[in-house]
Write a protein that binds this ligand. Structure first.
Ligand SMILES: *Cc1c(COP(=O)(O)O)cnc(C)c1O
Length: 360
C-alpha cells in the first residue's frame, strides 16, 4: 500500500517512521507483554514514557525549569476557557488580539470569565494583515495579553513576537508550535492542541511560567487547575496515555531531524515553493500580505468556485489529500506541518501547474 500526501489541517499527517514504530510496538511494548494503551498511567513503564516526552519537548523548545509543561485533555478550545480561569488572578480584564477565526473563538469564551478588551483587530481588512504593534491599545494592568501566532484557517502568521513588557503574553500555538524555534522566555503561557504538529488528537500541551500558578478561580475543574496538574505531573486523573506516547515518538523523530531549527529551514522552503506557484500567474490567489503569510497553512482560491470540486477530486486521484479549505470558508488550503515531506509540496505544485494548463 502506498501512502498519499496528506495536507489535512488537523488531525494532520504523522511522520511515517513514528507510525511504523507504533505499529511494531502496538501489541507488546518492550518486553512488557501488553500494549501501552493497556497499561496503568501509574505504572513505572508509562511514567518513564511520560517523563521522557516532557524531557523531549523541553529539549526541543529549550524550555527553562521555571516553566511547567502540562499534558492535558480537551484541545485548544477548552484552553480558551481554562486560561482565563487560571490566569485572570482577580484582575478582571484581559487583552486579546483578533486576527481570525481561532482568536474570535478564544475571545468568545474568555468573555464568560472576565472582561475582554480587544486591543487590535484585523477584521476590517478581512484578516489579510496584522495590525502594527504600535497601534495596539494595551492595558498595563491587564491580567495577560492573548494572541494567535498562526491563524490556521486564514493562513495569517506573526513572524515577530509582541513585547508586552510585564504583562504576561499568552499564545495559541496549536498550528505553529515546533515548526520553527521560539524563544519561550518571551511568553508566559504557550498552548497547543496536539493534532497539528505534535501527534494525534486528544492531548493538549500547556507550557506555563510557574510564578503565575496557584490563583485559579475556585470553580475551575480540578483537572484543569494548572497548579494541581503541575504538582501531579499531569497525572491528577487518567491522561490520554496512547496520545502521550505517540507525542513522545514524534519528539524523538523531530530531534533526529535536527529539531525546530532544522524544520524551520525546510518549512520556509516548502511554503515558499507553494506561494511562488500561487503568485506565478492569475489562476490561483492568496490574499494575505506577503510578510504575514503562514508557513504552515496556505489557503488559496481558484478563479471560479465551480472548479473547486474538480480540483479536489483530481488531486485525490493522484494521491494529494485534504486540500479543501475550512468548512465555513471554502476554497483550498494546504497545511504543510513538519510531517508533510517537501516531496509532497513538489508533487502538489506540479499538479497545480498541470491543472492550470488544463482549466486556465
Ligand atoms: C485547531 C486549532 C484550534 C482548535 O483545536 P481543538 O483541539 O479542536 O480545540 C484552536 N486554535 C488554533 C490556532 C488551531 O489551529
Amino acid at each position: 500500500m502506498t501512502r498519499a500526501y496528506n495536507f489535512c489541517a488537523g488531525p494532520a499527517a504523522m511522520p511515517e517512521p513514528v507510525l511504523a514504530r507504533a505499529q511494531q510496538e502496538l501489541m507488546n511494548w518492550g518486553k512488557s507483554g501488553a500494549s501501552i494503551m493497556e497499561m496503568s498511567h501509574r505504572s513505572a513503564t508509562f511514567q518513564d514514557i511520560a517523563r521522557h516526552a516532557e524531557r523531549g519537548l523541553r529539549d526541543l523548545m529549550h524550555i527553562p525549569d521555571d516553566y511547567a509543561v502540562l499534558f492535558l485533555q480537551g484541545g485548544a478550545s477548552t484552553q480558551f476557557a481554562v486560561i482565563p480561569m487560571n490566569l485572570l488572578r482577580g484582575r478582571g480584564t484581559a487583552d486579546y488580539v483578533r486576527t481570525g477565526i481561532w482568536s474570535d473563538k478564544a475571545i468568545e469564551q474568555a468573555g464568560k470569565y472576565g472582561k475582554v478588551r480587544v486591543v487590535a483587530d484585523s477584521s476590517a481588512g478581512n484578516h489579510t494583515s496584522i495590525p502594527e504593534f504600535s497601534t495596539w491599545d494595551l492595558d498595563p494592568n491587564a491580567a495577560y495579553v492573548h494572541y494567535t501566532p498562526n491563524e490556521t484557517v486564514g493562513g495569517l502568521e506573526f513572524d515577530w513576537i509582541p513585547d508586552t513588557g510585564d504583562v504576561p503574553l499568552v499564545a495559541d500555538m496549536s498550528s505553529t508550535i515546533l515548526s520553527r524555534p521560539f524563544d519561550v522566555t518571551k511568553f508566559a503561557l504557550i498552548y497547543a492542541g496536539a493534532q497539528k504538529n505534535i501527534g494525534p488528537s486528544g492531548i493538549t500541551v500547556v507550557i506555563v511560567r510557574r510564578d503565575l500558578l496557584g490563583e485559579a478561580m475556585p470553580e475551575t475543574p480540578i483537572p484543569f487547575n494548572y497548579a494541581v496538574q503541575d504538582k501531579d505531573a499531569s497525572l491528577y486523573n487518567t491522561p490520554p496515555t496512547f496520545a502521550w506516547y505517540l507525542a513522545d515518538l514524534v519528539f524523538d523523530w523531530l530531534k533526529a531531524q535536527g529539531g525546530p531549527e532544522a524544520m524551520a529551514v525546510v518549512n520556509q522552503r516548502k511554503a515558499q515553493k507553494l506561494y511562488d506557484a500561487i503568485d506565478a500567474g492569475d489562476f490561483y490567489r492568496n490574499k494575505v500580505s506577503p510578510e504575514c503569510r503562514s508557513w504552515m497553512n496556505v489557503p488559496f482560491q481558484l478563479p471560479d468556485k465551480s472548479l473547486d470540486p474538480v480540483f479536489l477530486s483530481e488531486a485525490e486521484k493522484v494521491g494529494l489529500l485534504n486540500l479543501n479549505g475550512f468548512r465555513t470558508v471554502g476554497g483550498m488550503r494546504a497545511s504543510l506541518y513538519n510531517a508533510v515531506p517537501e516531496a509532497g509540496v513538489d508533487r502538489l505544485v506540479q499538479f497545480m501547474n498541470e491543472f492550470e494548463s488544463r482549466y486556465g
